[in-house]
Design a protein around this ligand. Structure first.
Ligand code: 13P
Length: 255
């Protein structure tokens, strides 16, 4: 009922030749991924235009890793939602933990970015997740609730239809330390309950919640057993066609 979304966040990797080679390798094998699953790549800004060209008419969707909250203006270095649409994007990440940590993205800026994405016709993937210290202090639920409200409070239910969530525990990103399927499912179920309370049962049922943090072909099937896991946001393993396709093909409900 919620088609899986398998998304590759390339972060700050690849020039033109490597990026094109990777999407060509993905497209060559894309037919081996169940047809109802959605495949998405999120390359750096500089690769969006050439990749959009290559992906036109294929099942591979394109997205960006961040956007500015204004549509245009004197914001040196900024890239806006309308620019991303123009470059061929369908999706954009908002609030990735690396943006929160290294670029100071937080609070009102995230809420504005999320709305800017929706206003531009993009589908934001809103990322949230606790740090190791927060988990060890038993504050995971409280942190996730705070981040949920920070980005999404006040959004109309109709607008929420365009939003995907991504639970990415910071301690699992790039560390090789994946959340257990039980830990991930527990966090996802909590987020879905919060969706229900804030936006109603229908939105809660329809909204996809991705898991991210050291997802690999070897652990994808076990993670995707969780009834509230609706796909993966993959970092390191998305830089290899074989590894990414291994995740995209992972059987659901088989550990
Ligand atoms: P890794 O898969 O490298 O842990 O990164 C996860 C991530 O941050 C995806 O957005």
């Amino acid at each position: 009922m919620r088609p899986l979304l398998i998304a590759g966040n390339w972060k700050m990797h690849f020039g033109r030749a490597e990026g094109l080679a990777l999407v060509d390798a993905l497209l060559a094998e894309a037919a081996s991924v169940p047809a109802e699953r959605e495949l998405l790549v999120l390359p750096p800004f500089t690769l969006l235009a050439p990749l959009a060209e290559r992906l036109r008419g294929t099942r591979l969707r394109l997205g960006a890793q961040d956007l500015h909250w204004e549509a245009k203006g004197a914001y040196t270095g900024g890239v806006s939602g309308p620019m991303l649409r123009d470059a061929g994007c369908d999706y954009v990440l908002v609030g990735h933990s690396e943006r929160r940590l290294h670029f100071g993205d937080r609070g009102e800026a995230l809420a504005r970015k999320l709305r800017a994405a929706l206003n531009s016709g993009l589908r934001p993937i809103y990322c949230l997740g606790e740090s190791l210290a927060e988990r060890e202090e038993g504050r995971t639920g409280q942190v996730l609730a705070g981040q949920f409200d920070e980005g999404l409070a006040g959004l109309e239910a109709a607008a929420m239809r365009g939003v995907t969530l991504a639970y990415e525990p910071v301690w699992a990103i790039g560390t090789g330390r994946t959340a257990t399927p039980e830990t991930a499912q527990q966090a996802h179920a909590g987020l879905r309950a919060r969706l229900a309370a804030a936006f109603g049962e229908t939105i809660a049922r329809e909204t996809r919640i991705l898991y991210g943090g050291s997802v690999k072909a070897e652990n994808a099937a076990a993670l995707l057993q969780g009834p509230d896991l609706d796909g993966a946001l993959v970092g390191g393993a998305s830089l290899s066609a074989e590894a990414f396709l291994g995740i995209a093909r992972a059987p659901r409900g088989a550990a």
